[in-house]
Design a protein around this ligand. Sequence first.
Ligand code: NAP
Length: 284
Amino acid sequence: MKVAFLGLGIMGRAMAANLVKAGHHVTVWNRTPGTTVEGARTADTPAAAARDCDVVWMCVADTAAVEQVLFGENGVFSVLMQGMIVADSSTINPLATKQIAERVRALGADFVDAPVTGSKVGAESGQLVFIVGGAEPSIKRLTPLFNAMGKQVIRMGNVGMGESAKIGMNLMIALIYEGFAEALTLTERLGVPNDKFLELVQASMVRSGVTDYKAPFIQRRDFSPNFPLRLMHKDILLMLEAAKTTGVALPGLESVEKVYAQSAGMRDQDYAATLVTVENLAKK
Ligand code: NAP
């Protein structure tokens, strides 16, 4: 298939590379020039990348970035045609997604929200899980692309439901990791070395995908970004906004948000670096 891939960050670059490997004709674009993908053509603007493509796939930072790429200067909107599909793997506001989809559909193309889970390792190894919202026929047409980048597709419902489920899932990740960081800090203060506590976690019922993924990084004190703290903070604010809109109370998440606000100096590190904030909050 002819695919335009827009946004070559930690996730997007690896995803686009896997599309190339699977034999698709890929044109890439990134806001900051200089990032390329071997075997893909590089375009100067989103519109130039998307022209004559079957599918436009985005993986950019946030809601404003998606709106900019689609409807801003030299945006995709100017070349959208009947039969094209716009797929979005960015994690953004679910309500905005529905409005964006309506605007895209008014121009004749279809829209599928397809946020992902699996982080940097999943993107590089083609093992992402796609959390999808949209019409069944369009999702079916995207199957060869999903297969090139991921291991599973879960359709949550119509447009916007992928993003809704994704922020729910990240809510759990943020709370699980906060519990992990607080337990590590407390037990170390009580005299249990972190390595020993990690051994217990991995042998017990609190073991999870989050602890599996993060434990080796914590052991090495390696907080280089897999999922940057600034993006998890963005997601937490999306969850709190959705909670406000729907009248849901999220008292645990409100406390965790304060930890992220206090971690602003480490915004480009991995969100696992919130452990350092919890450690620093302990009395000396
Ligand atoms: P990243 O490394 O920070 O990359 C962000 C990308 O968005 C870059 O290509 C950046 O371009 C582009 N961008 C930012 N603002 C823009 C704007 N206004 N207009 C156009 N492009 C813009 O982030 P990432 O880790 O790849 O994440 C991308 C998306 O996937 C985010 O929504 C994130 O929440 C989600 N996600 C990430 C992970 C993960 O583990 N990393 C996992 C699941 C989902 P520049 O190069 O010019 O800055």
